[in-house]
Design a protein around this ligand. Structure first.
Ligand SMILES: Nc1ncnc2c1ncn2[C@@H]1O[C@H](COP(=O)(O)OP(=O)(O)OP(=O)(O)O)[C@@H](O)[C@H]1O
Ligand SMILES: [Mg+2]
Length: 367
């Protein structure tokens, strides 16, 4: 049986060729967690994952798994199983042989192999497919077999590198739900790499948003979404991403205001992380769902309000995105209302002041 294992990465540096791809990175994954590494292409997600698996040598720092220093341990001794994007099944073997291959190689007793294969097949609903060859399976079924190969190893930590990215949209969402249920049943530690924010938001107990080989923010999806630590995270997450407005902070008779030439937002109740430097330029961020067009109801008391011009309507089925031009700044609003609107029309809007974010314009750091 698997044990619950934590993963602790400390001061990790990884050099590939002449590049330092990861520098001084720390990551703490608790036993039983489902941690997602999310970030744009080339940010070092796979490198970090493969170093935990032992496929890449580290230049500095340490990797601890289940309380043991595994920095230089052989991949097979780490208690980890890795599932890749390309499932690379053995084409001449049927599903049962593919699942049991690694166990047969390392001389696991026959009864034990049967027990583990049956368990993995049950968990992944592969029972009816055991005698089929990979060519007789759909993409989703093949990926399930690839996950099953990791399951039979009964690893302590499961590592996934974009396992769903070769599948079509419908299959991806189905397998995504299966993976989440699998994690709930197994309770095993999982680290999952993706550049798909929906996968990250739906699967993660905590997610690490990465850029340029560094972790920008590590927290629950709800925290990271609602209170991004910097402008990169704010605009990487969300569809459309967070709206940004340039301006300055102003203290006035016990109140704090964010002001642009055209708008004043009362941010007196905003949870500042420290005393702000009022002389520095500032950016206000507001999620599209917190921008309310007036036809869907009156602004709440104290909420900032203005009038913009509607430039584009994007119907999304269960909602629509309104693109507003406010003195040259584009503002997206997620609108649940079905009131007919025409492009070019004036649209009064308001912000939910309680949900805005503030950032230093130069450093991009959350205030
Ligand atoms: N063998 C190598 N030599 C030099 N640089 C490399 C090597 N392999 C990868 N890199 C660089 O390391 C960085 C991180 O690559 P990595 O594959 O970890 O990114 P990733 O976040 O997984 O991206 P993707 O989403 O495209 O898979 C990239 O800038 C890449 O160009
Ligand atoms: Mg990658």
């Amino acid at each position: 049986m698997s044990n619950l294992a934590n993963v602790a990465v400390r001061n990790l540096r990884i050099d590939l060729g002449a590049n330092t791809v990861i520098d001084d990175l720390d990551l703490d994954v608790r036993a039983g967690e489902f941690v997602v590494l999310l970030g744009p292409s080339g940010c070092g997600k796979s490198t970090l994952l493969h170093s935990i698996a032992g496929l890449i040598d580290v230049a500095d720092g340490s990797i601890e798994i289940g309380g043991e220093d595994m920095t230089w341990a052989d991949p097979k001794d780490r208690g980890v199983a890795l599932v890749f994007q390309s499932y690379a099944l053995y084409p001449t073997m049927n599903v049962e042989r593919n699942l049991s291959f690694a166990l047969r190689i390392n001389g696991t007793p026959k009864a034990e192999i049967e027990r583990r294969v049956k368990r993995a097949a049950d968990m992944l609903q592969l029972g009816p497919l055991l005698s089929r060859k990979p060519a007789q399976l759909s993409g989703g079924q093949r990926q399930r077999v690839a996950i099953g190969r990791a399951l039979v190893r009964e690893a302590d930590v499961f590592l996934f590198d974009e396992p769903l990215s070769n599948l079509d949209a419908k299959l991806r969402t189905e397998l995504r739900r299966e993976l989440k249920q699998l994690h709930q049943r197994l309770g095993a530690t999982m680290i999952y790499v993706t550049h798909d924010q929906v996968e990250a938001m739906t699967l993660a107990t905590r997610m690490a948003v990465m850029k340029g080989g560094a972790i920008q923010q590590f927290g629950t999806p709800a925290e990271v979404y609602a209170r991004p630590d910097n402008l990169f995270v704010a605009t990487f997450l969300g569809t459309p991403p967070m709206n940004l407005l340039r301006g300055a902070l102003e203290a006035d008779e016990g109140k704090l205001w964010f002001r642009t030439p055209h708008l004043a937002v009362d941010v007196t109740q905003y949870a500042l992380r420290g005393a702000p430097d009022l002389a520095r330029p500032c950016v206000l961020g507001v999620r599209p769902e917190d921008v309310r067009a007036a036809h869907s109801g009156a602004a709440r008391d104290g909420d900032a309000a203005g009038q913009a011009r509607l430039t584009l309507i994007e119907p999304m089925g269960n909602h629509r995105v309104l693109w507003l031009d406010y003195h040259g700044t584009q503002i997206a609003s997620i609108d649940q209302d079905k009131t007919p609107l025409v492009s070019g029309a004036p649209v009064p809007f308001s912000f939910a002041n309680a949900h805005v974010s503030l950032f230093d314009e130069e450093t991009g750091t959350r205030l």
